[in-house]
Design a protein around this ligand. Structure first.
Ligand SMILES: Cc1cc2nc3c(=O)[nH]c(=O)nc-3n(C[C@H](O)[C@H](O)[C@H](O)COP(=O)(O)O)c2cc1C
Length: 307
């Protein structure tokens, strides 16, 4: 099957063309399985499993429970400094996910072996030069992360990003960045993407690994509470200001050195300083993943018929 045929086959298995995007310390097997059973692509970063034996057990469970439902994906950090890459990738190859999403580096490290078992490689990129490099490295698809996204956000508006990438790439595109609701999913398609890539909306679910205080903070937050800063991760990422204040820091006066903050005393980036995207206002309660996906699907179909 060629890539367009595979894309059509994947979409036919979905209730709505969306992905529950991988999130460090947030997405685990419960969220992946709930997402796939509800009819969207579920995913998680391998680094959320504390060791390779746990990863093996998670992948076995996901493979068994998602055999008859939507496709699932793993996210691999492919940066050359990633200490877990080799062991995690070996484990991923054992379970053969239909989709492997690479981040923080070139997808070249995984392309041949994922293709050998019939999988597709999507490369997460947040700029046009990185998109070009990923295509040249053999990625089947791209994950375009635009402005306003949770995690390591880009700076490009999706209105600029997608058409610019479509000038040189006609393969599958997932688009992320503050997408909320089914109209946003439809808008991503109208713009030229194939799937919407939603992270933040799935943090405040009953199936996520996020602590209760993080979910509650998301329910209370709006876009004014989001700070794009390189302070905590070394590269720009969106974080919740209330979590920065709770750690005893002033989000308006961070002394950014250019090096990642990583940890200060007991405080750790991502674990205590929490990330969210600009679409946070749409989170008004803690819901099940199934409920979110059902809403996405009905809003998506309503948006399809709008002129
Ligand atoms: C808490 C959090 C952790 C994230 N961790 C990862 C990660 O480990 N790997 C990755 O590729 N992207 C990660 N992301 C980015 C998401 O996969 C996705 O690109 C982003 O959430 C989409 O934007 P949205 O949150 O506005 O929907 C993370 C995002 C958040 C909010």
């Amino acid at each position: 099957m060629d890539t367009p045929a595979r894309l059509a086959a994947i979409k036919a298995r979905l209730a709505v063309p969306a992905v529950a995007a991988p999130m460090f310390l947030v997405s685990g097997p419960d969220l992946v399985i709930a997402a796939c059973k509800a009819g969207i692509i579920g995913s998680f970063p391998t680094t959320n499993a504390r060791d390779v034996d746990t990863l093996d057990a998670w992948l076995a469970r996901i493979r068994d429970e998602c055999a008859q439902v939507a496709p699932w994906a793993v996210n691999l950090v492919v940066h050359s400094t990633s200490p877990r890459f080799a062991q995690d990738f070996a484990c991923v190859l054992k379970y053969r996910p239909e989709i492997v999403i690479t981040s923080l580096g070139s997808p070249a490290r995984v392309v041949d072996e994922v293709h050998a078992y019939g999988g597709l490689v999507f490369a997460d990129v947040n700029s046009i030069p990185f998109a070009r490099k990923a295509v040249d490295a053999g990625a089947d698809g791209l994950v375009l992360i635009g402005a306003g996204a949770g995690g390591h956000a880009g700076v490009l508006s999706p209105f600029a990003f997608v058409p610019a990438v479509r000038e040189f790439f006609d393969g599958p595109i997932m688009l992320g960045g503050a997408i909320v609701g089914g109209a946003g999913v439809r808008a991503a398609e109208v713009l030229g993407a194939d799937f919407a890539y939603l992270g933040t909306q799935f943090i405040a679910t009953s199936e996520s690994l996020a602590p209760q205080a993080y979910r509650d903070m998301l329910v209370a937050a709006n876009e004014d509470d989001i700070l794009l800063t390189p302070h905590f991760s070394g590269v720009p990422a969106n974080f919740l200001k209330p979590s920065i204040r709770a750690a005893g820091l002033d989000p308006d006066h961070l002394q950014t050195t250019g090096r990642a903050f990583v940890a200060q005393g007991e405080t750790r980036a991502w674990k205590h300083i929490w990330s969210a995207g600009q679409g946070v206002r749409a989170i008004t309660s803690i819901r099940s993943t199934a409920e979110i996906v059902a809403n996405l699907a009905s809003e998506y179909h309503a948006a399809e018929t709008k002129v």
